[in-house]
Design a protein around this ligand. Structure first.
Ligand SMILES: NC(=O)c1ccc[n+]([C@@H]2O[C@H](COP(=O)([O-])OP(=O)(O)OC[C@H]3O[C@@H](n4cnc5c(N)ncnc54)[C@H](OP(=O)(O)O)[C@@H]3O)[C@@H](O)[C@H]2O)c1
Length: 247
């Protein structure tokens, strides 16, 4: 069982990119890290690397599109702790950047399954463990691309990137976060976007073929900030590493 004073966090998609970096940074603080990975092998390699650096880490096989996988993840986490302080819904899929005229419901569905239903599946399943924590926090990894203010700003590159799936999935995730925050005030639900929206910057990861301008450490500043909020911190906010972002 996890030491009752030790903060615990579950990061979905923790095997690489921003999820891995968030896990690394929170592990460095002495937190118990449950590192979610849909691929066992990749997850174990990542967890072993963090453990070699001194982190208290447990690899949790977790595919956010599968009810069964999520239920198994809850059972496994329960073998280690009777509460979860922080959940980071980080796993995300970019989709294929299909132009709206060509987008089909099937293409949208697969992206929503990961980016929208995934966080709902995981949050719903982990609610009892979160509710057992003293001041639980849920961080949803959203996107400037899911902001109406950003997408309708002609100066933002995303306004010229014509696709339906990813941006609308993140917009849905943002609304879902606000609705959770309003309904469950004992848990902080906030959205972090990894970029610098005002400066049109994103973090270099596999998702953007490493074309981003920020490092993964910079990209996780907003995630770590929301994961480490004090008990009197805000709920229902949307931030990047520079501060609040317009919805
Ligand atoms: N990079 C940016 O600047 C940026 C900007 C805005 C938002 N974001 C968001 O940040 C989050 C992390 O993305 P990233 O940039 O770090 O990209 P990444 O390196 O491609 O990482 C994506 C992660 O999500 C995992 N994943 C995908 N589908 C999954 C599923 N069904 N179940 C469990 N895990 C799944 C991937 O696992 P596999 O290794 O198995 O594929 C991987 O661990 C995403 O939600 C993304 O939308 C990133």
């Amino acid at each position: 069982m996890t030491n009752s004073r030790q903060t615990s966090v579950l990061v979905t998609g923790g095997n690489k990119g921003l999820g891995y970096e968030a896990a690394r940074r929170l592990g460095e603080r002495g937190w118990t890290v449950f590192l979610g990975s849909r691929d066992r092998e990749r997850g174990q390699v990542a967890a072993d690397k963090l453990a070699a650096g001194g982190a208290d880490v447990v690899m949790i096989p977790l595919d956010v599109t599968s009810d069964e996988s999520v239920a198994d993840a809850v059972s496994l986490v329960r073998q280690h702790t009777d509460r979860l302080d922080v959940l980071i819904n980080n796993a995300g899929a970019p989709g294929n950047v299909v132009p709206p005229a060509a987008a089909t419901a099937d293409e949208i569905h697969s992206v929503y399954d990961t980016n929208v239903y995934g966080p709902i599946r995981v949050t719903h399943a982990f609610l009892p463990l979160l509710q057992a924590a003293e001041h639980p926090r849920v961080v949803m990894v959203g996107s400037g691309g899911g902001s109406f203010a950003v997408v309708t700003d002609p100066d933002q590159p995303v306004s010229k990137m014509h696709e339906l799936a990813y941006s609308s999935s993140k917009a849905a995730l943002h609304m879902i976060t606000v609705r959770y925050a309003q309904a469950l005030p004992a848990i902080k639900f906030n959205v972090a976007t990894p970029g610098e929206v005002a400066n049109h910057k994103i973090a270099a990861t596999d998702m953007n073929r490493h074309t981003g301008q920020l490092t993964v450490t910079e990209g996780t500043d907003s995630i770590v900030r929301l994961a480490t909020l004090d008990a009197d911190g805000p709920t229902g906010i949307f931030v990047d590493r520079l501060g609040p972002v317009a919805w």
